[in-house]
Unconditional design. Structure first.
Length: 648
């Protein structure tokens, strides 16, 4: 029931005497459409009551005659003044002429011309007078009495004064004119509530914008201002400055606001803003203007964020922990540590020889962490010159150095925001950059080259190296404070040679991956069983080899085998198989004894080839004279023939 009451327009009717009685008589008919209240006050008392009503303030006021005119200029709510219709005047005058010979029509303000023309057209003798205030009305009624007027037609105030003066009176307003005023009041109230709702929605929209916004009318007076801008200008309550000139409220904006539609940069109270000016309505500046204030720092942060988001699609962790092949005790221990460390945000140092899978482990840790939905950014610190490494890692501003990209560039540290930054071969990082990286790890903020303003970053750092960093700290090539900062959690990866039981399963997995990339190979190696048959002759050699190149070396050998298999004839009845001799030729490093014998034979063949070439050159010099050649070389003709015809 309270909701229904709150949704109905609130209308106050202000009047005394006869008009008040008419209001009360009609109120019941509007009970369902409006919250109607009759106020038995007039003039100053009525104005004071309306303005002091804070909670139950009316939407519209209905009043008649001089009372309505008085309130219009003194209250801040709309006032509907009751206007008598032509029928009201005719009806009242007809009634008055039955009661007396001399009749006067008294109205508030000037008598309407149409009434004068009506009276003249029908030859009706009526005295027409008007008043401006209650005092005027009282004097006028007494004057009419002295002039012998019998009956006075007028509003409630005039009718009451005439009765007090001993004259007959006729009330001018009819039910019809009051009903018309009520209907107008309802329309005004509904329109105002609709406008208020629209303004409220607009204000809510403005208040939820992060940027500062102010709308002004054609005269520069404030129509709306949101809290962010009010706060920036030191205004406690934005609603209290509505209607005031913007430059009076905030004189510091003088000379800062753009003079035409468009964007400018300006400083307000020491803060730099990008200020945009645009029309408030389609009519242009005459209909008002809207200004938006966006902090320059926010624009820069948004620009960096967009760059990072575009780059985030490139920085994706592809490997999962399930991709780490092996069942050995050493590799199981690695998996357990990866799962444990993934729950933490602490920096991790991964130790291991080249090719042991340090980046794969780092990606697996990232995908198990709470940062899995954000970038995984990897960088090899030993793959760039020092100057290029600095710009790639920390980024740079426009104009920071010759050749710098227009608009600058976000570094990899910024690109890893909310994700993981993987620094491979951190032991190769130049000492000059180690101190800058240390600050990033300590303060979690990065300073671009050429910038004076740091950017906050939320990153998890995973570092990796094949070097012994303790020795680097001892010889001064690696900062001790950086070492202790990155060596919070440590993870050592075993070399491939130390987990012999994992070598064959890993080789099978690598061959299956190669089959996934090569359709011809996939037709010949359709399953893991087929891959195992291909590699079966190599099992002893694979497990016996030292694998100085670790997984990367194994991958190279498997790729060679894959290329050979892809070119073999396809036979559906016979599975693919390679002979041991064939495998020895493909991967001689796995068979050191055979490789040595092959090398010696190759040297002998090379020696014979060189001898034959020398003999031919000598023959050419002696114009094919074999006797002269044999004499010059000190060999017999039989030896000469054998050397020339030896298999090359």
């Amino acid at each position: 029931m309270q909701t229904e009451t709150a949704s109905r327009p609130r209308i106050w009717t202000v009047g005394i005497s006869r008009l008040r009685a008419l209001f009360i008589d009609l109120a019941g008919a509007y009970e369902d459409r409006a919250e109607l209240e009759v106020i038995p006050l007039a003039y100053e008392d009525a104005a004071r009551s309306i303005e002091s009503a804070r909670d139950g303030r009316p939407d519209v006021v209905v009043a008649g005659g001089s009372n309505g005119a008085y309130l219009k200029s003194r209250v801040s709510v709309p006032v509907v003044v009751i206007s008598p219709t032509g029928f009201d005047v005719m009806h009242a005058l007809t009634k008055a002429r039955r009661e007396g010979a001399s009749v006067a029509l008294v109205t508030h303000g000037d008598t309407p011309d149409e009434i004068r023309r009506f009276l003249a057209a029908y030859g009706i003798e009526v005295i027409c007078e008007s008043y401006r205030s209650a005092q005027d009305a009282e004097s006028l009624v007494l004057d009419l009495r002295d002039r012998g007027v019998d009956v006075v037609v007028g509003p409630g105030l005039v009718a009451d004064l005439a009765a007090e003066a001993g004259m007959s009176s006729v009330f001018l307003y009819s039910r019809t004119s009051v009903v018309a005023a009520f209907e107008t009041a309802l329309e005004v109230a509904q329109a105002m509530r609709g406008e208020a709702a629209r303004r409220n929605r607009l204000d809510n929209l403005l208040q939820h914008l992060r940027d500062g916004v102010v709308a002004v009318d054609g005269e520069g007076r404030i129509e709306a201002m949101n809290r962010p801008l009010a706060g920036a200008l030191g205004i406690l309550d934005a609603s209290r400055v509505v209607g005031r000139a913007l430059l009076d409220v905030a004189p510091e904006l003088q000379g800062v606001l753009p003079a035409a539609d468009g964007d400018v940069f300006g400083a307000v109270r020491g803060v730099s803003y990008a200020i945009h000016r645009g029309p408030l309505a389609s009519g242009g500046a005459s209909d008002g203007t809207i200004f938006t204030f966006q902090e320059s720092r926010a624009v820069e942060r948004l620009d960096r964020s967009l760059r990072s988001r575009r780059g985030a699609q490139e920085f994706v962790a592809r490997y999962r922990l399930e991709d780490v092949v092996g069942e050995s005790e050493a590799i199981e221990r690695v998996r357990a540590l990866v799962r444990r460390y993934a729950k933490s945000d602490a920096t991790v140092l991964i130790l291991g020889e080249s090719g042991t899978g340090k980046e794969m482990v780092a990606q697996s840790m990232h995908r198990l962490s709470r940062r899995k939905d954000f970038p995984f950014v990897a960088m090899n610190c030993g793959a760039f010159p020092e100057a290029l490494l600095e710009s790639e890692l920390f980024g740079y501003e426009e104009g920071a150095f010759t050749g710098a990209r227009k608009g600058g560039k976000a570094g990899l540290i910024e690109a890893a925001h909310r994700g993981t930054l993987f620094l491979d071969e951190i032991g190769e990082m130049p000492p000059s950059l180690q101190s800058r990286l240390l600050r990033v790890l300590q303060e979690r903020e990065v300073m671009r080259l050429g910038s004076t303003e740091p950017t906050r970053v939320d990153i998890r750092v995973i570092a990796a190296t094949h070097r012994t960093l303790v020795e680097g700290v001892a010889d001064g090539s690696f900062r001790a404070d950086l070492f202790y900062r990155i060596n919070i959690l440590s993870l050592a990866l075993p070399p491939l040679g130390a987990r012999a039981s994992d070598i064959v399963p890993l080789a099978i997995e690598l061959l299956m991956q190669a089959a996934g990339r090569d359709k011809a190979l996939a037709l010949r190696v359709r399953s893991r069983e087929a891959a195992a048959r291909v590699l079966a002759p190599l099992e002893q050699a694979l497990t016996r080899h030292a694998w100085p190149g670790n997984v990367r070396e194994l991958q190279n050998i498997v790729e060679r085998i894959a290329v050979e298999i892809s070119d073999m004839p396809l036979d559906e009845d016979r599975p693919v198989a390679l002979t041991l001799d064939h495998l020895q030729a493909i991967a001689p490093e796995l068979f050191p004894a055979q490789a040595e014998a092959t090398a010696n034979a190759s040297l002998r063949d090379m020696s014979r080839s060189v001898e034959a070439d020398q003999i031919r050159a000598t023959l050419a010099a002696f114009n094919g004279d074999r006797d002269a050649v044999c004499k010059a070389l000190g060999i017999s003709k039989t030896t000469l023939w054998r050397r020339l015809n030896a298999k090359r």
